[in-house]
Design a protein around this ligand. Structure first.
Ligand SMILES: *Cc1c(COP(=O)(O)O)cnc(C)c1O
Length: 376
């Protein structure tokens, strides 16, 4: 029986809440389950406003709209990320400027950001890879020096923190994902976190098709109308009902993932000492959420061989990312800042091991199989 790379974890309460949403007869967005999830998130990640969206991609697109970008404006970001990080800004006519990553955390190299800034730079979009924080103190310092906004692609980073501050709630906007491959899930889903009170109202309007419906629902205006640009970014109550069960189990999910991560990390230590691989690096002031466990192998050939042989022995492992700067769309819409040597090398050599709640009893099998592959 193959051990899959990912298996969505269900808490057991999802169907109860979905039945409740069904009984409520309120199925479109912004009903009681959505409001409950927004409030839970605000409390769990300590931010002024959380707004459920239908994906992290949608939350990133909302951030791009909230930045009021003009065609040709630039947004600094890593190339080592998922396509949505760049697409959201390109849709507004902006140019992603790709900066290399650090070789330890694989997050954007903050020491390269300042030299990538031009008169057209409007924002820095950081990605907290594997749920480990970027160097936010330095990034916020640069942003404030040059008057730039900071967007956090915290798709992988729910419940992680940087020097005690929850990720997603540090920058101007934070974007979470509840895609089924993430820690807390609703199939497809996401949230936009807004730190500054002054930007909340516009975020609500964008999310509600450019209307002031949110104010209307709170009784703050007596009819709602078209007041700004916008789109439909909100999930249905069915999705929010599912998500409520997951958010309520957030602590348990994180603890169980951390326990698996720690077992992998202890196991891989010997292989690292013998020079067969490199393990993830987590700075002491970063609390991570065990979103993933990855290894860096010495070469592309060894990585390819590792994935094939693990698969032959029934364990599914995957790699990523294909860098954005050298992709077809990245070349057309973006610009590279210097060479992206670390990005290229990591994208050739990194492999992710299975990590999901419920894997515990088969973890020894994964590690024994990996021993076998690494030692032969
Ligand atoms: C998963 C992911 C996304 C996209 O999330 P969706 O909810 O699927 O839109 C964006 N950025 C990063 C870094 C991701 O890992």
């Amino acid at each position: 029986m193959t051990i899959p790379f990912n298996k969505p974890y269900m808490t057991g309460n999802e169907l109860t809440y979905i039945a409740e949403a069904h009984a409520n007869g309120h199925l479109s967005g912004d009903g009681p389950f959505t409001r409950h999830c927004n409030a839970l998130l605000e409390q769990q990640v300590n931010c002024a406003k959380a707004l459920l969206t239908h994906s992290c991609t949608a939350a990133l697109e909302m951030s791009a709209l909230l930045l009021a970008l003009q065609p040709g404006d630039e947004v600094i970001m890593p190339s080592y990320t998922f396509v949505s990080t760049a697409n959201a800004f390109v849709l507004q006519g902006a140019v992603p400027v790709f900066v290399d990553i650090r070789s330890d955390t694989l997050n954007i190299d903050e020491s390269l950001i300042e030299s990538a800034i031009t008169e057209r730079t409007k924002a820095i979009c950081v990605v907290h890879y594997a749920g480990v924080a970027c160097e936010m103190d330095e990034i916020l310092r640069i942003a404030s020096k040059y008057g730039l906004m900071v967007v956090e692609d915290a798709a992988q980073a729910i419940y992680s923190s940087y020097k005690g501050r929850p990720l997603g709630a540090i920058g101007d906007f934070g974007c979470l994902s509840f895609h089924e491959t993430k820690n807390v899930i609703s199939g497809e889903g996401g949230a936009l976190l807004v730190r500054d009170e002054a930007r909340i109202q516009r975020a609500e309007i964008l999310r509600e098709k450019g209307t002031n419906r949110s104010r209307f629902l709170r009784g703050q205006v007596d009819k709602y109308t078209w007041v700004d640009v916008g789109s439909s970014y909100l999930p249905s109550e069915i999705v929010a009902a599912f998500l409520r069960a997951q958010l309520e189990a957030g602590e348990t999910i994180t603890a169980r993932r951390i326990a698996i991560w720690e077992r992998y990390h202890a196991w891989a230590e010997g292989h690292e000492a013998a020079g067969r691989l490199r393990r993830p690096v987590v700075p002491s002031y970063c609390k991570h959420n065990a979103h993933m466990y990855y290894l860096q192998l010495p070469s592309l050939e060894q990585r390819t061989g590792f994935i094939e042989r693990m698969k032959a022995q029934g364990v599914q492992c995957v790699f990523h990312y294909v860098p954005l700067h050298s992709s077809t769309a990245g070349l057309r819409y973006g610009r590279s800042h210097g060479d992206l040597r670390v990005t290229d090398s990591v994208s050739d050599t990194l492999v992710r091991l299975p990590l999901w709640v419920g894997l515990e009893e088969r973890l020894d099998q994964v590690m024994a199989t990996a021993d076998d592959v690494l030692l032969s």
